[in-house]
Write a protein that binds this ligand. Structure first.
Ligand SMILES: Nc1ncnc2c1ncn2[C@@H]1O[C@H](COP(=O)(O)OP(=O)(O)OP(=O)(O)O)[C@@H](O)[C@H]1O
Ligand SMILES: O=P(O)(O)OC[C@H]1O[C@H](OP(=O)(O)OP(=O)(O)O)[C@H](O)[C@@H]1O
Ligand SMILES: [Mg+2]
Length: 281
């Protein structure tokens, strides 16, 4: 039975469980449950703190896990990224008091508060910089005003927490994070993860594409299908009405309204959009 770690709390927890449900797996119904067996799919899910997930996967005690890229890097364990899951996006950034005119050149020699010492120490080591890393558990934005650090390195999503603490970011992000599927850094990992990866990829495609169908005069077909080339090629079927055809193609959800406008202008009619609930390409 495949053993998979899923975040039990925090930002990644609900979207991770939803994605697994969308991929056809059974998930816990009670937030206090820490294990859920899915006999039909021969998988067992373990609900753990996202920070600990890389540890369990790196040691080989669990086969696969869902966590943040920043947490994987921070852990330094022998686990690797198998798939970007497209949620939980955040940057990991330097920040200092507004008006302190901080820059990356001032990082060496400073006191840096962070809940991600592994990420910060990797940055320092790569540049041969020495600095004092103050490891905190959270609410890192308070560290500067409380006097334990000169600057911080932390997760930034909307930037609201930083702003409210009177801090501003500086320099390039140390990394761009999102939720990822991870496996142990060894030979068997890809094979173990193959079915789960295919299912999750199906969910990702279903989320970012819709199915577009329309009728168009046969003499306009080339122009119309140039707008909707599909993934392989669009499906074209005859219509009962002489000289018209029906077309079906997958299009990117983000582009569908522009494409519908352009198809209508071209003369296509009965333009219909349907959600895709899952797929294998
Ligand atoms: N706004 C956000 N705040 C915190 N973490 C975020 C945010 N958006 C995405 N993440 C990602 O979530 C992961 C951190 O999850 P974790 O559950 O440890 O923190 P949390 O959501 O802040 O929960 P808690 O504060 O309860 O520990 C990281 O990979 C981080 O990049
Ligand atoms: O840019 P924002 O949208 O404001 O989000 C980023 C903030 O959210 C998280 O804190 P959280 O609320 O999880 O508290 P914590 O620091 O105790 O983990 C993170 O550590 C940042 O502080
Ligand atoms: Mg947090």
């Amino acid at each position: 039975m495949l053993r998979i770690a899923v975040p039990n709390k925090g930002t990644l927890s609900a979207p991770a469980a939803q994605m697994l449900r969308d991929a056809g797996y059974r998930q816990r119904t009670d937030a206090k449950d820490l294990v859920c067996r899915d006999e039909d799919n021969n998988v067992e899910f373990f609900y753990l703190r996202p920070r600990d997930i890389a540890t369990y996967v790196g040691s080989g005690d669990l086969d696969l896990g869902i966590t943040g890229r920043d947490l994987l890097v921070d852990s330094g364990v022998p686990a690797r990224e198998l798939l970007d899951l497209g949620f939980g996006g955040a940057t990991f950034r330097w920040a200092a008091p507004a008006g302190a005119s901080s820059s990356e050149s001032g990082i060496g020699g400073s006191r840096i508060a962070t809940a991600y010492p592994g990420v910060v120490e990797r940055y320092l080591a790569e540049r041969d910089l020495k600095a004092e890393v103050v490891r905190l558990d959270g609410a890192v934005e308070n560290a500067v005003r409380l006097g334990v650090a000169d600057l911080i390195a932390d997760v930034v999503e909307t930037g609201t927490t930083l702003r409210q603490a009177g801090l501003v970011t500086f320099g390039e992000p140390l990394l761009r994070s999102s939720a990822i599927l991870i496996g142990r850094d060894d030979e068997g990992t890809e094979a173990k993860a193959a079915q789960l990866v295919r299912r999750l990829q199906g969910v990702l495609v279903a989320r970012s594409y819709v199915m577009l169908a329309y009728d168009v005069r046969a003499d306009l077909l080339e122009n119309a299908t140039a707008l909707t080339p599909g993934i392989e090629s669009p499906t074209v079927s005859p219509l009962h009405r002489e000289g018209w055809v029906a077309v079906q193609a997958m299009v990117r959800r983000a582009e569908v309204h522009r494409i519908m406008d352009e198809l209508y202008e071209l003369g296509a009619r009965a333009i219909l959009v349907t959600d895709i609930s899952n797929c294998r390409l």
